[in-house]
Write a protein that binds this ligand. Structure first.
Ligand code: DGL
Length: 270
C-alpha cells in the first residue's frame, strides 16, 4: 500500500534533507516527524537513544502509514540503523557524514567534520574515515551549539554570529582545511551564517542530495503530493511564559518547507 515518505530527525535538521527531497521528488508526499521533546540527541547516552529512536520511528511509521523511512539525522543513523531495520517493515534510508565525497573534493587532503559530540565519537564515523578518506587528515569538531542555533533560525529568531564563529574556530585556525563535512543535518540550515563566519573559501559538503537520490531508488510507489504534507512533533513548544508562541513559530518554519501545522505524536514509553 502506498504511503508518504517519512522524514525523521530530533528537530528541524531533517528539513535540510526535505529541501533535497523536494528537488528530487517534487510530486511525492512527505511526512515530517521530529522528536523535539528529547532534542538534542547529540549529547545523550547511546543505549537510551537507540530505544527512543526505535520507539518514535515505529510510532510515526504506524501513524502516517509511511512506505519509506528517511532517518534525516546523523546522530541517529550512525547508531540505530540496524535496530530500526530489524524492527520496521519499511525500507530505511540513513544519513551519515559525507566523508567519501568530501575526500574526493579536497585538494589539500585536509578535511574537517563538523557534527554533534555523539557523531564525532562514534566508531561508525571512524570506519567511514578509515574506508573513504585513509589518505586524508580529518579534524573532527563537535559543534552541538549549532543545533540550537538552527532551531532558532527555523523559528525566525536572530542567529548569534559569536556562537557560529566559536563553533568554527578550529577550522578557521587551520588554513590547510579546504573541505568541511556538515555531519549534522541541522548545519546546512545555517549555511549563510557559516559562510559569513569563515574567512576563506571552503567547500561545504552535506548528504542531502545523496539521501534524496537513494530515497528515489527505494521508495516504492509513494503517495502523490496533494497540498501541505503532515508533520508530527513529540512536544508542543511553549515559551517561558507558557504561551505557544514558539509553537506558532515552528509551524511557520515547517510551512516554508511545505508542511501543515504539526500534530502531537503519541510515543509509547519503552
Ligand atoms: N540533526 C541531528 C544530526 O544530524 C542531530 C541534532 C541533535 O543533536 O539532536 O545529527
Amino acid at each position: 500500500m502506498a504511503g508518504p515518505v517519512l522524514v525523521f530527525d530530533s528537530g528541524v535538521g531533517g528539513l535540510s534533507v526535505v529541501a533535497a527531497l523536494r528537488r528530487h521528488l517534487p510530486d511525492t508526499a512527505l511526512a515530517y516527524c521530529c522528536d523535539n521533546a528529547m532534542l538534542p540527541y547529540g549529547t545523550r547516552p547511546d543505549p537510551w537513544l537507540v530505544e527512543r529512536i526505535v520507539a518514535v520511528c515505529e510510532a510515526a511509521v504506524n501513524r502516517t502509514g509511511a512506505d519509506t523511512l528517511v532517518v534525516a539525522c546523523n546522530t541517529a543513523s550512525t547508531l540505530a540503523l540496524e535496530a530500526l531495520r530489524e524492527r520496521l517493515d519499511v525500507p530505511v534510508v540513513g544519513t551519515v557524514p559525507a566523508i567519501k565525497p568530501a575526500a574526493q573534493a579536497s585538494r589539500s587532503g585536509h578535511l574537517a567534520l563538523l557534527a554533534t559530540s555523539a557523531t564525532v565519537a562514534r566508531p561508525y564515523t571512524q570506519r567511514l574515515i578509515d574506508s573513504y578518506a585513509p589518505h586524508c587528515q580529518v579534524e573532527k569538531v563537535a559543534a552541538d551549539a549549532l543545533v540550537a542555533e538552527a532551531e532558532r533560525a527555523i523559528q525566525g529568531h536572530a542567529i548569534d554570529p559569536a556562537v557560529v564563529r566559536q563553533a568554527l574556530s578550529a577550522l578557521v585556525e587551520d588554513a590547510r582545511i579546504d573541505t568541511v563535512v556538515l555531519g549534522c543535518t541541522h548545519f546546512p540550515l545555517l549555511r549563510r551564517w557559516l559562510d559569513e563566519a569563515m574567512p576563506r573559501a571552503v567547500t561545504w559538503v552535506d548528504s542531502g542530495d545523496a539521501i534524496a537520490r537513494r530515497t528515489a531508488q527505494v521508495a516504492v510507489g509513494p503517495d502523490a503530493r496533494q497540498g501541505l504534507d503532515a508533520a508530527w512533533v513529540t512536544s508542543l513548544l511553549r515559551d517561558s511564559s507558557g504561551a505557544t508562541d514558539a509553537s506558532e513559530r515552528l509551524t511557520r518554519g515547517l510551512a516554508s518547507f511545505g508542511f501543515a501545522a504539526p500534530c502531537l505524536l503519541d510515543v509509547p514509553s519503552a
